[in-house]
Design a protein around this ligand. Structure first.
Ligand SMILES: [Fe+2]
Length: 259
């Protein structure tokens, strides 16, 4: 089974630049690349910060762009999104009974959970008691099936002080809930704008760069808060005994020349 993970588009009003780049153009090219090479994927997960400031025009642009995108998509909220803005453009986005943008998707390979960690605006993440109650139910409902979790904010620090200040707050409460399930195979997250692998309490976790701008590993190496390191999307290959995550810097397909 193949799925695609892509994150942190930070779309603004169409035509407006952001941090020296065109977020619509960069996302458009990433989506075209996915459509060309991975139309056989089962689905694509977009793990939040779809917009930079919840602009309805940005959500409308994304809705229009996805009309021609061949994969089923699961849209999530990040700290730069607004629930109302996302749901106005995508009224069919999965929601729990309290209106949080979180849902479960069952496949032959197990259960995929898409969590809503939005506290906002532009802040650390939150996973309140009501959301934890839904997750407790979803994990119990999965029984002993494998579970893959997608969430915008990581529940741990990743060694980036700039982002660690705004990780998921109250991580112990979140940890307590997921520790009730013994078959969590992987946690995918966004937010940190970098490709990283973390083994957290025995659970493999991966993050991705955004499609527009990145958070430098060392701020002094760039001289600013953000950089224009290459965007990547994740190609996730799931088998009964392994999960492979490829990080594809898709905007540079320059062939290497023999010399
Ligand atoms: Fe972001």
């Amino acid at each position: 089974m193949k799925i695609i993970h892509i994150t942190d588009f930070h779309l603004v009003a169409p035509g407006e630049p952001l941090w020296g780049e065109n977020p619509h153009d960069r996302l458009d090219r990433c989506l075209s690349d996915i459509a060309q090479w991975h139309s056989d994927a089962a689905f694509c997960v977009m793990s939040g910060d779809l917009t930079n400031d919840g602009d309805p025009a940005a959500y409308a642009w994304l809705k229009e762009r996805l009309q021609s995108f061949p994969l089923k998509t699961f849209l999530m909220v990040g700290n730069h999104d607004t629930r109302d803005g996302l749901l106005e453009a995508f009224p069919n986005a999965g929601r729990d009974e309290n209106g949080f943008v979180q849902s479960a998707h069952e496949t032959n390979h197990g259960v995929f959970l898409f969590l809503d960690t939005l506290k906002g605006p532009v802040s650390e993440g939150e996973y309140c008691a009501a959301r934890r109650e839904w997750l407790t139910w979803a994990l119990a409902n999965a029984n002993d099936k494998p579970v893959w979790i997608f969430m915008h904010h990581p529940p741990f620090e990743v060694g980036l002080p700039y982002m660690d200040r705004i990780k998921l707050e109250e991580p112990d409460e979140f940890t307590e809930v997921i520790s009730t399930h013994r078959n969590i195979r992987h946690i995918f997250f966004g937010h940190v704008h970098r490709a990283a692998f973390i083994n957290w309490r025995g659970i493999p976790c991966t993050s991705l760069p955004g499609t527009n701008h990145q958070v430098p590993l060392n701020g002094e190496s760039v001289g600013g808060s953000y950089s224009l390191e290459p965007p990547m999307y994740g190609v996730v290959l799931i088998d009964h005994d392994k999960t492979v995550v490829h990080f594809d810097a898709c905007l540079d397909r320059t062939p290497a020349e023999m010399a």
